[in-house]
Ligand binder design. Structure first.
Ligand SMILES: O=c1ccn([C@@H]2O[C@H](COP(=O)(O)OP(=O)(O)O[C@H]3OC[C@@H](O)[C@H](O)[C@H]3O)[C@@H](O)[C@H]2O)c(=O)[nH]1
Length: 439
């Protein structure tokens, strides 16, 4: 979530505002090059205290599996004294935060306004994290309980189906000391002066209105806040690897910063790419239980795809790869950042969502906007190499009707989103809204 907070900071700095950005050391190193206004955006290093059960040196969610996020929240809450010290010395007009539910307690005493900035789709807040949602504490909620939509939820399409509802069980789990995820986020939102959401009314207007009514708070939209085109160049290694292929022929796959596949699913995925017969670059973390990609690849795979396929176990420059002329299809998890990046790219889009918000993003992309296809899963929730291959082929085959339809809709939406002034208009209005809040 730190990346989209920094993208917004850049837009605010572009308009002359100063920002103090608190984040752990490792994240400072990773995000440094996204800071386009180092004279106005100052990074303040946060020391993340150790909590038993977390690997030594854990600083961010990308260092750990999802199951340890609860402990990371405890560590995160223990940074409160560091936050208090910084806010006392810097005395900003506003504090932006998302899940640090205790921030309004600190800022209210100092007369500082707070903005609860949500960088996931509005639908995921509206469906799971509003006062109207029934949440049972102290036990696992059933699929039927989770499937009960909050009263007034504004869509019957942007919903989960069957077992997918279980992706929301986490809302009633502990997420920090003596607090559930649901209580944490709803407390964080109830305490703010205004809710901000990284979305646009063209796509999620109804969801945003619903959230505003539920909390009785103003809702400010920032639009998708896409980063400026990167000044850095694509690493030579990838430039060389990609440029040898025909325009628009390469499949690129990445699943964001958190998603770690089971080994069997990892193998089905790469075998699906092999089956497609197309060139590919897959950048994923090694799956559960193994430490390197090589240990995880199916037998004989590397030999068979030599010269046309690479599976890489580290971070790559996703926006630059998506912009490469040889890349024609982006297979991704539909994390909110990747959703916008894929929408703004020229690539065909294939989605394999995992977490609840990613499934809702997928419903928007594949169901409402019809700009993408989703990989089908079996009854048990798993996908097969055949389903991966079939989804890829459905958008990449030259004579596919589905491929032509999603391409046409995708072009229509990306044209709409790049309409001159649309994105900057969102930020200008957002700044105006903030000014009104302190007037
Ligand atoms: O190798 C990579 C992978 C990812 N990235 C970048 O990292 C960002 C990933 O962000 P996403 O929102 O897509 O995905 P994450 O999984 O990291 O996000 C997390 O927060 C947003 C939620 O919607 C997701 O459910 C949650 O997992 C993108 O900006 C992408 O360009 C890289 O630059 N290189």
């Amino acid at each position: 979530h730190m990346t989209p907070f920094l993208h917004l900071s850049n837009k605010l700095a572009e308009r002359g505002h100063r920002i103090s950005f608190l984040l752990p050391n490792k994240a400072i190193q990773q995000l440094q090059h996204f800071n386009h206004y180092p004279n106005l955006i100052t990074f303040h290093s946060l020391t993340i205290p150790h909590v038993d059960g977390l690997p030594i040196g854990t600083e961010t969610a990308s260092d750990i599996p999802l199951s340890l996020n609860d402990l990371l929240s405890i560590a995160f809450d223990r940074t409160r004294p560091q936050f208090e010290e910084t806010v006392n010395t810097t005395r900003p007009d506003f504090v932006f935060y998302d899940s640090a539910h205790w921030i309004p307690e600190v800022t209210k005493q100092l007369g500082i306004k707070t903005i609860n900035y949500n960088v996931v789709c509005a639908a995921s807040i509206a469906i799971a994290l509003v006062p109207a949602r029934n949440v049972v504490k102290g036990r696992l909620m059933s699929e039927a309980e989770l499937a009960e939509l909050p009263v007034g939820y504004p869509s019957s399409n942007i919903v989960l189906h069957g077992k997918e509802w279980n992706a929301l069980t986490f809302i009633s789990f502990p997420f920090g000391e003596n607090i559930t995820f649901y209580d944490r986020i709803t407390t964080a939102i109830k305490g703010c002066d205004a809710i901000a959401i990284r979305t646009c009314s063209e796509i999620e207007g109804n969801m945003c209105d619903y959230i505003g009514n539920q909390y009785g708070k103003p809702v400010f939209l920032t639009g998708p806040v896409l980063p400026e085109p990167a000044e850095e160049k694509l690493d030579e290694k990838w430039e060389d690897c990609l440029s040898g292929f025909e325009q628009g022929s390469v499949l690129f796959c990445a699943f964001g910063s958190q998603y770690i596949l089971e080994k069997d699913q990892f193998q089905e995925l790469v075998l699906g790419f092999e089956l497609s017969g197309l060139p590919f670059l897959i950048a994923l973390k090694p799956p559960m239980g193994v430490s390197t990609i090589e240990q995880a690849l199916p037998e004989g795979f590397e030999e068979r795809v030599k010269g046309r396929g690479v599976v890489w176990g580290g971070w790559v420059q996703q926006p630059l790869i998506l912009a490469h002329k040889s890349v024609g299809c982006f297979v991704n998890h539909c994390g909110f950042g990747s959703m916008w990046e894929s929408l703004m790219s020229n690539c065909q889009i294939v989605l394999i969502p995992h977490l609840g918000d990613q499934i809702l993003n997928t419903r928007i992309m594949a169901g409402e906007l019809k700009v993408a296809v989703e990989v089908e899963r079996e009854e048990n929730g798993w996908f097969t190499k055949e389903s991966v291959c079939q989804a890829i082929k459905s958008v990449m085959d030259k004579d596919s009707e589905v491929g032509a339809l999603v391409k046409k809709n995708h072009e229509k939406w990306s044209e709409k989103l790049v309409t001159p002034g649309l994105m900057s208009g969102y930020i200008d209005k957002f700044v105006e809204n903030m000014k009104e809040l302190v007037r």
